[in-house]
Each structure stands twice: as C-alpha cells, then as structure tokens.
Design a protein around this ligand. Structure first.
Ligand code: LRH
Ligand code: MN
Length: 388
C-alpha cells in the first residue's frame, strides 16, 4: 500500500460529518411539501433515524437540532436518548425565519422590542446547548429587504452588530457562534448577511468565538467557493460547512450530486490546509430530501463527502507543489484531476471493513428492513416538518 493511501485511510478514519435533524422530517418548496411513509414525528425519532446513518457509515456521530422544530420538554432526556443510540447532539440552530414579527427584520429590525425578542430566542438556544452538551450556536440571518430604499442598509448593519454583540455575550467560554450568510432568499433585493465578507466582518468585530458558516448553496452561480474556503481557513474563521448541492437556487440537494468536482475542489483546499480534523471545522450537512427517502438520502450524502475527501487525500501534493512552483500549469492541474478520476470506492470499502462495517452502507441499509419497519410502525401522529 502506498504511503499516500495509508495516510488517506488514517485521515478518513478520523473524519466526522454532522447530520441535520430536519433532513429526517418532511420538506419541500412553496409549491408542495410531500409526506412519505415512516417519516419521523418528533426529535426522538429523528435521532433514531440519524443513528441509522451513523450505524452504517460509522462517520456521522452528531446531529444538529433546529429550535423550535426540535423543542422538547426535557432536553436532558433527548440528549440521553441520543447517547443510548450512540450519537451526540451537535450544533443548535436558531430560527428567525418563521415569525410574523420578523417581516421587516429580526436582529436588524428598527423596532427594539423585535430585536430583543430575537436575541431572547438565542438565549433559549444557549440553554438548549447547556442542557445537551452542544458547543455550537448556529445563526443563519434570514433578514433582508425586497426593494431599493426600503430601509437604510447601513443602519441595519449597525443594529445587527449591536444585536450580535448581545447574542455573543450569552455564550459560555467553550461555546462558538457560527454565523451563516446567504446571497438571496427569503429577501430578494438585499440580504443583511449576503456573503462571506459580511459574516467575517461581524465575526471579527465580535471575537474569537465567532466563526463563519459556509453553506454551499448560498452563493451566486459561478462563485469559486473553494477560494472562500481557502481565505476563511487562512484567517482562522471557517467554523463550519452546511453541505448540499444545487443547480440554480438554494436547492438543498444531496451534496456532490450536482457538482462532485466542486465538492472535491472544496475538500482539496481543506486537505491542503490540514483542516480535515483538529482545525475546528464542523462538517455538517444541510439538506432536504423532498422526494427521496430520508435515511438512504443521508447515507448517500455521507458517502459522497467521504468519496470527495478520499480523492482529495490522494492528491500527490509533492508533485502538485513542484508543478505549481515550476509553473507547469498542466502538471499541477493534472495532479488534481488524476486524484479526482481515481475510483476511491475500494479504499472506502477497506476502511469500512477494517471498522467492522459493511463495505456498502447504502446496500446494507436497504437490506436491513429498517425502512419497511418504520413505515409500518410510525402510523398516526403528525409527521415532522418545517412547521415544528
Ligand atoms: C437557510 C439554511 C439554514 C438553516 C435552514 C434549514 O437556507 O441553510 O442553514 O437554518 O437552511
Ligand atoms: Mn444552511
């Protein structure tokens, strides 16, 4: 076995990918939210589904929660349920996009009472972190405007900075505030945190515990996302990814399904910077399985991230660096495309078998009968979704 292959296997063994609880509930578009047989009906069942993904892939030991979608009376009981299932509670996501009061803004609102309400929501999220052992507070700011002149763009930034200071002050020493940007939707003229630069500006103003979240579906078409990854790593402010893929908008499709070469280029920057583990980057999925079964969809997603990572780990970096230094354009590009063209499925099968897992998690889950079992058992009640 080549040294590169051995080092890749070792790095892949340490990789972890965090799953979004909301991927196990129903989701859709403004046109339709489809139900499916056996969909989870509460956060406890969402954890059971996530544990299935970890059971077959071995690399998905954490589940992000979304508040209030995952609000329960007893979070310690929920965390204990997770532990019984062999998983942990990961990032806690706040929700500022479903309240009437936030129509003209939440943390940016001109109305102090509305800003205070949004800040108080984060105090609840921090309490959930304390009760579940979570250390990441994830804040996607949905605020924005639809028409030029609708509001003072700078005044909104000043109000936002003040509100974020108050949210930041809620954190315990070991906590992080992860600030997610998005270039459009639900507002269409200006989002108040539209890009990585704006998120970074606010993170730098707040302090070391504030980091940027890069959602791969939140950029204008044609954006070189791996450049942003490189720069955020360079300044030590890449806190997390929300992995998914898209063809046009924020489609939240299975990561790597639309553009596997882009995912590879992103993981190549991660590996080049030595940031796969130990650099504080939380690799999370943020997806919606609108028409496909949820658990298999998450298993396929985790496998896609593993494949992109394995290919990035197989880049001959000595040859790459030598070609880059000597200006051998095609040799340098070739070092990446050779790795990308490598079939890494045998390597990943070897990794899984070395850990007592089936070489093919997707097939193993399909043969497990779990999908049929939950479809039979989960009758009655209300399937989970974006309506809590
Ligand atoms: C916003 C977003 C954010 C989550 C939501 C489910 O588009 O990416 O990360 O809160 O999806
Ligand atoms: Mn996201």
């Amino acid at each position: 076995m080549t040294d590169l292959r051995a080092r890749a296997l070792a790095a892949l063994a340490d990789q972890t990918i965090e799953l979004p609880s909301w991927a196990f509930g129903n989701s859709g578009t403004r046109f339709k939210v489809f139900g499916q047989p056996g969909v989870a009906r509460d956060p406890f069942e969402k954890l059971e589904d996530a544990a299935q993904v970890h059971r077959y892939t071995g690399v998905a030991p954490r589940v992000s929660l979304h508040i209030p979608w995952d609000r329960v009376d007893d979070y310690a009981k929920l965390a204990a349920h997770a532990a019984d299932l062999g998983v942990q509670i990961g990032a806690i996501n706040s929700n500022l996009f479903q309240d009437d009061e936030y129509r003209l803004g939440s943390l940016t609102s001109a109305d102090k009472a509305v800003r205070d309400r949004a800040i108080a929501h984060h105090a609840e999220c921090v309490d959930v972190m304390r009760a579940t052992g979570s250390t990441d507070l994830k804040l996607w700011l949905p605020d924005g405007t639809n028409y030029a002149g609708q509001d003072d763009l700078r005044a909104r930034q000043d109000r936002l900075a003040d509100s974020l200071q108050q949210v930041y002050a809620l954190l315990d020493p070991g906590h992080r505030l992860l600030i997610e940007y998005k270039f459009y939707e639900p507002y269409f003229y200006a989002m108040d945190i539209p890009d990585w630069g704006t998120s970074l500006v606010h993170c730098l103003a707040l302090g070391e515990q504030a980091q940027v979240v890069l959602d791969t579906g939140h950029h204008a078409p044609g954006t070189n996302i791996e450049f942003i990854v490189m720069q955020l790593l360079r300044v030590g402010r890449l806190g997390a990814f929300d992995f998914n893929s898209r063809y046009y908008g924020d489609d939240d499709l299975i990561v790597g399904s639309a553009d596997p070469f882009q995912l590879f280029r992103i993981m190549n920057e991660i590996v080049e910077a030595g940031a796969l583990t130990g650099a504080g980057v939380n690799f999370m999925l943020d997806q919606c399985h609108n028409i496909e079964p949820k658990i298999p969809g998450q298993i396929r997603s985790v496998m896609n991230v593993q494949e992109a990572t394995a290919k990035a780990l197989l880049v001959d970096r000595d040859a790459l660096h030598a070609a880059q230094t000597s200006g051998d354009v095609l040799a340098a590009h070739g070092a990446l495309t050779d790795a990308f063209s490598t079939d890494v499925r045998p390597l990943l099968a070897e990794l899984r078998e070395s850990r007592g897992l089936d070489a093919d998690p997707y097939g193993a889950y399909a043969r497990s009968g779990n999908q049929e079992r939950i479809a039979g058992e989960r009758v009655g009640g209300r399937q989970a979704g974006w309506g809590a």
